[in-house]
Design a protein around this ligand. Structure first.
Ligand code: G4P
Length: 529
């Protein structure tokens, strides 16, 4: 096996997704503890955007700044190199999360057993479904009075459109939570508050009719478990790893991240079944990780908020070959050779300059403005990675220049900020009117602040009452021209010059689809890349 293949097979690159408060930070921390990447609990907390800061975007940006160091947490476990890509918990930065999902090979989805499937989870899972990303589910907070596990499983299947297969099962819940039965390897794990080591407490119960079970958990719960497991075996198909790898089937685990319960089991199953780096699609062909030439793409850009340091960190995912420090690579979009003398890796909390990186790794490249989200680096081959879609924003405002003397600065600032993915920019004619689309309110404040402090430009926003932005494609050019002419006040161009329909309501969107069957209205920009 070549060195490159060995390195690839060692890697598991994944993200944890959840609705805020379901326990992502807690689980991350516990995984890092098991991986030996941190020594004390509490070390990852700085990664989290605290709840008290929801209306204070400067505070949030500061925290995001801190979180750069923990954006990618690499750790070694059982001979594997595990890369955990962090996703921001704040809903206003959901786009960052969507993009991060394009750089992972699998995800762990956390569901809070009290709240069940929540809105943000549905959107995140949509992205996973689009890409057939393998998903493992961890149902958390079993120490709290949550919903019935069967109801939760039904809810997951229904709302998230994925088949599930429980591989472990809880014995009671809330303050009567007794533990988890591991269906996969027939062992019983009894619950203790805040346990740190589970191994010596796992009991092997290969036969559920064993009366030992009654001794451990009491007769009533033992009987309930027997009934539940029988039902599970009857209702759910056997767990099939291939179906998981294709993104069709999600194994489900139960536990309590806070109490360190069920976490190691989750991690052990993860390293057994989660995929190593997978092929990635470009506009011309599929790229295999073991190809010897380097290729990869930028999926996230983080700017330094300090106006004295205009540098930015581009998060670059290696898709094939070996990345080497100081070697020249071709920046495909601007057709320029570039080399990097201080690429960094992220190992839990340390940032280190690295000499090389392999498929599955994410490295930080310092940049002063040449990168845009989605940019591809290769050793010369002309291709662009697909799969960094823009999603329709949910809030739209028109940018108003408050200081005509600073138009140039405003223009440059808004171009650069939208390159970073802070928001989406649509330009409307006549008059080059700039419409900014965001997922959350906060981003408008961030833009206003950054334009002022980094570019010296002042702006205001006028609300525009659009419901969705839809990218337009057609094979009938005349029809598109007609549409654009007729709906001129509702058509704009995105940054790449693609036509976008700004629909004022779901009704008007349906109407347009009905009137123009020759045109396809896309809610993400994925089709075009
Ligand atoms: P997030 O990153 O997904 O937003 O969630 P986070 O891990 O911060 O967890 C949200 C809250 O849920 C935290 O409490 C955390 O302690 C709690 N939590 C996480 N896992 C469990 C669990 O298994 N059982 C119980 N009962 N609670 C859990 P908090 O009070 O909001 O924050 P903190 O003061 O503990 O930091």
């Amino acid at each position: 096996m070549s060195d490159l293949t060995k390195e690839i097979e060692k890697r598991r690159t994944f993200a944890i997704i959840s609705h805020p408060d379901a326990g992502k930070t807690t689980l991350t921390e516990k995984l890092l503890l098991f991986g030996g990447a941190i020594q004390t609990a509490g070390a990852v907390k700085s990664n989290k955007i605290t709840k008290t800061a929801t209306s204070d975007f400067m505070e949030i940006e500061k925290q995001r700044g801190i979180s750069v160091a923990t954006s990618v947490m690499g750790f070694n476990y059982e001979g594997l190199k595990i890369n955990l890509l962090d996703t921001p918990g704040h809903k206003d930065f959901a786009e960052d999360t969507f993009r991060t999902l394009t750089a992972v090979d699998s995800v762990i989805l956390i569901i809070d057993c009290v709240n069940g499937v929540e809105a943000q989870t549905e959107r995140l899972m949509e992205v996973c479904r689009m890409r057939n990303t393998p998903v493992m589910v961890f149902i958390n907070k079993l120490d709290r009075p949550g919903q019935d596990p069967f109801t939760l499983l039904d809810e997951i299947e229904e709302k998230l459109d994925i088949k599930v297969r429980p591989l472990s099962w809880p014995i009671n819940i809330g303050d009567r939570f007794k533990g988890v039965y591991n269906i996969y390897n027939s062992s019983l794990n009894l619950f203790q508050v805040n346990k740190t080591n589970i191994e010596d407490e796992v009991m092997s119960i290969s036969d559920l009719s064993d009366t030992q079970l009654d001794e451990f958990v009491g007769e009533e719960d033992a009987n309930q478990l027997r009934e539940d497991v029988e039902l599970i075996e009857g209702v759910y198909e056997k767990f099939d790893v291939d179906e998981y790898l294709k993104g069709n089937l999600a194994p489900v685990f139960f536990g309590s991240a806070l109490n360190n319960f069920g976490v190691q089991e989750l991690l052990n199953s993860f390293i057994k079944i989660a995929p190593s780096p997978q092929p990635t699609e470009t506009d011309v062909r599929m790229v295999e990780p073991k190809e010897d030439k380097l290729s990869g793409f930028v999926f996230k850009i983080h700017a330094n908020l300090d106006p004295n340091h205009r540098d930015r960190i581009a998060f670059f995912k290696v898709c094939s070959g070996k990345f080497e420090r100081n070697k020249f690579y071709q920046h495909q979009r601007i057709n320029k050779k570039m080399r990097f003398n201080n690429p960094t890796s992220f190992m839990a909390q340390d940032k280190n300059i690295i000499d090389s990186a392999y498929p599955g790794d994410v490295i930080g490249l310092y940049d002063t403005g040449s990168f845009k989200i989605g940019d591809t680096l290769t050793e010369g081959e002309e291709m662009h990675f697909k799969g960094i879609p823009s999603f329709s924003p949910e809030m739209f405002r028109e940018l108003v220049n408050k200081d005509p003397m600073k138009s140039k600065q405003l223009e440059k600032g808004i171009q650069q900020l939208t390159d970073e993915g802070v928001a989406q920019l649509f330009t409307q004619q006549p008059g080059n009117r700039k419409i900014i689309g965001c997922v959350g309110e906060l981003q408008f404040e961030v833009i206003q602040y950054r334009l002022k402090h980094e570019y010296g430009a002042s702006c205001d926003f006028t609300p525009r009452n659009f419901h969705k932005a839809c990218w337009l494609t057609t094979t009938d050019k005349d029809k598109l021209t007609e549409f654009v002419r007729r709906k001129a006040s509702y058509v704009a161009e995105d940054k790449d010059g693609n036509y976008v329909f700004l629909a004022e309501s779901a009704f008007l969107l349906r109407q347009a689809e009905f009137d123009y069957p020759e045109i396809t209205f896309h809610k993400t920009s994925e089709f075009k890349v």
